[in-house]
Write a protein that binds this ligand. Sequence first.
Ligand code: FAD
Length: 306
Amino acid sequence: MTWMKQELAAAIAPLLRVAPLVDVAMCDYTTWRIGGPADILVQPSDEEELSALLTLLAERDVPWLVIGNGSNLLVADSGIRGVVIRMAEHFSSAVWRGDEVEASAGMLLAALALEAAERGLAGLEFARGIPGSVGGGIRMNAGAYDGRLGDFVTFVAAVGFDGQPIRLEREQIHFAYRDSSLFALKAVITRVGMRLQPGERETILAKMKEYSQRRSLAQPLEFPSCGSVFRNPDGDHAGHLIEMAGLRGTRVGGAEVSQKHGNFIINRGNATAAEVRELIELVQERVYAYAGIRLVPEVKFVGDFD
Ligand SMILES: Cc1cc2nc3c(=O)[nH]c(=O)nc-3n(C[C@H](O)[C@H](O)[C@H](O)COP(=O)(O)OP(=O)(O)OC[C@H]3O[C@@H](n4cnc5c(N)ncnc54)[C@H](O)[C@@H]3O)c2cc1C
């Protein structure tokens, strides 16, 4: 390792308005409330800061990882070496022009969906209950019920690993089920352009309320989780297969397959990443034995698990 934490944090500090944090417990930055320490966590405020930061990290050959709201991450108990770039409240705004919006990557999807509703713009009703950021959501092509984020995108702006700006038009991006070609981009997404459809404010808000009620009935929202752990296999639902395999309530330490929704693993209070991973593997084995289907995790594993 050609860099030291304190010395690197001191070199980064003048580049950013928000001071870098050293030895940061990642459990405070994930919805699962799990994860060991990151060496350094930074929260850039604009693209200029991000560009200067990435240029410095490239020059010094420092590994980095970008996160949004940490709602689809399992961070290893040993944490993350290098720099975590958190795109959240410091990088959060929306500029509206008619039925189009340019949303900053750190904005929460729920807030963006609500702003759209207030303006009488339809399409993002499904996103009101997804606890991710615009950047994480677009990369994951987050979706629920009848909607997927990728369907509304007009462009994506990012800063590349070399500090250079990148702009991709809609036709240059491929979106698939909980996946996109943006994963191949070694860059931090900074802004996303979207076009919505004119609608009735009251109708939009009513649809959001209905979705939210359906979520509270079906999902264990009172416990920390990452939402659905596994992708749905073709023609079936992971949750259904897990429940049919008799896995509801199965526990490894503080990690438990939710009684309410088979595809949720909840943190009963003190679960470790190792326990969650063990439970994920157990579920995969049992579902395979029951149905011959190998479930693929939707959640992203970050840090060193071996
Ligand atoms: C209770 C609950 C319910 C959920 N329901 C849904 C649902 O209905 N539908 C659904 O699709 N998901 C759902 N999720 C999962 C999660 O909210 C989504 O996957 C969301 O899009 C992740 O966004 P994030 O900002 O939290 O990303 P993170 O978890 O922080 O990161 C996810 C991935 O995106 C990358 N990333 C994040 N920000 C950027 C950026 N600015 N530039 C480049 N890459 C970036 C990260 O490196 C990582 O690979 C749910 C989660 C929870 C906890």
